[in-house]
Design a protein around this ligand. Structure first.
Ligand code: 5GP
Ligand code: ZN
Length: 113
């Protein structure tokens, strides 16, 4: 499959890995939008949040708890951070493999553009 994040998960393309286990991979975004910008992906190829169903409940819970754990390890939990999932064309999704952005290290604005 021609999916860049599957290739990163399979180590066919290099990335700066922050955390890895059998279900997920966390790595630095190649084009950071803030001092901290980490992508969390399931190793399983899921196109987007639109493709989630009941069988993914544990996986999504695992990813969110891991985001929180990494935020604590990086000492960004006091100042706060943003978790983002872009879904589909209008959501601004550019890589069609489900991922969550962890962005921190500067004041965020709301609403996003
Ligand atoms: P999206 O716009 O789909 O929510 O986010 C995709 C993110 O993946 C973007 O922030 C982009 O910078 C990042 N990205 C795209 N290609 C690569 C890559 O090859 N390596 C890494 N580390 N990040 C990538
Ligand atoms: Zn994929």
């Amino acid at each position: 499959m021609d999916c860049i994040f599957c290739k990163i998960a399979q180590k066919e393309i290099p990335a700066e890995v922050i955390y890895e286990d059998d279900k997920l991979l966390a790595f630095k975004d190649i084009s950071p939008a803030a001092p901290v910008h980490i992508l969390f992906i399931p190793k399983e190829h899921i196109e987007s949040a639109n493709f989630l169903d009941d069988k993914h409940k544990d996986l999504i819970g695992h990813i969110f708890l891991k985001i929180k754990e990494i935020a604590e390890k990086l000492n960004i939990e006091d100042k706060g951070y943003r978790i983002v999932n872009n879904c589909g064309e209008f959501g601004g999704q550019t890589v069609n493999h489900l991922h969550f952005h962890l962005i921190a290290g500067r004041q965020m604005q709301w609403p996003p553009g």
